[in-house]
Write a protein of this length. Structure first.
Length: 109
């Protein structure tokens, strides 16, 4: 963005004006570079925040899935225990029943 020497002479600048113009041009370039760095930094921060939010949402979804799986496992275990208990109780009850399924009062004293 700096003006060339021929452009400066064409515009009829005095040497002091040329130095001032070059200094202003350099200052503007440095300012633009700083703005670009700040913009890139903001974009990077925004991207990192978005990635962190996505990771947090995924973590929460994983936690919900884990809780549902734990609940399903607990229900399955409770059902299996209840079924096993019924089978054991059925075995005890069936020992008093003949093959017909009705009580055999003749076997009682």
């Amino acid at each position: 963005m700096a003006l060339s020497q021929s452009a400066l002479t064409h515009l009829d600048y005095q040497p002091e004006d040329q130095d001032e113009l070059l200094a202003m041009s350099l200052a503007r370039e440095m300012e633009m570079e700083q703005e670009l760095r700040e913009q890139q930094s903001l974009e990077r921060d925004r991207r990192l925040a978005q990635e962190a939010q996505i990771r947090e949402e995924q973590y929460q979804a994983d936690e919900r899935i884990a809780m549902k799986l734990q609940t399903a496992l607990a229900l399955e275990e409770a059902y299996a225990q209840r079924k096993e208990s019924r089978v054991r109780m059925g075995d005890r009850a069936s020992s008093h029943l003949p093959s017909t399924g009705y009580p055999n009062f003749s076997s009682y004293p």
